[in-house]
Design a protein around this ligand. Sequence first.
Ligand code: B12
Length: 138
Amino acid sequence: MKKKTIVIGVIGNDVHAVGNKIMYRAFTDAGFNVINLGVTVTQEEFISAAIESNADAILVSSLYGQGELDCRGMREKCEEAGIPNILLYVGGNIVIGKQDFEKVEQRYHDMGFDRAFPPGTDPQVDIDCLHKDLKMDE
Ligand code: B12
């Protein structure tokens, strides 16, 4: 089966680099073709990389608390760029402080993200979700 391509990176002015490196390793080991944009990535950079690589999914990380501001409008930008249905995940510490995650998840769904993950999610969880959402086991 052709390898699935995913774009990963840390959005906005966020410099938290450790989780990004762990994710790169975990997804590569799990057989994905991973385009890693590193830290301080703009929405436009995620979308351009996804178009250039014909990616199946974009996985956005946000750790520093500004995720909701940084992610706002991203689905609309994907639509404008011609990739309206690309799978969009977000994870890390995606809001300021500790909040009821169900409400946080709902807000990200409303912004057009397919899945939002709580702090400290193990990469294996994301890998299982990608398998399901990209129908890799059918
Ligand atoms: C190290 C660290 C720093 C270092 C970063 C160094 C570097 N270059 O990486 C420095 C000192 C620079 C730093 C700065 C800041 N930090 Co800091 N930092 C941390 C700390 C202690 C560890 C982060 C880390 O490496 N974790 C280990 C990795 C492996 O875990 P991870 O990043 O969470 O990633 C894993 C999962 O979350 C998941 N994941 C991540 N992304 C995604 C995406 C998807 C789609 C999925 C499914 C999963 C997923 O998979 C990853 C691998 O397992 C955390 C606290 C903590 N214990 O987490 C605070 C923390 C993230 N920092 C915080 C803050 C506030 C800041 C600053 C704003 C502080 C300040 N006022 O200056 C700045 C922001 C700077 C910037 N512009 O980004 C807060 C964020 C709070 C919030 N979100 O509300 C935290 C949580 C500390 C706290 N409890 O307050 N920080």
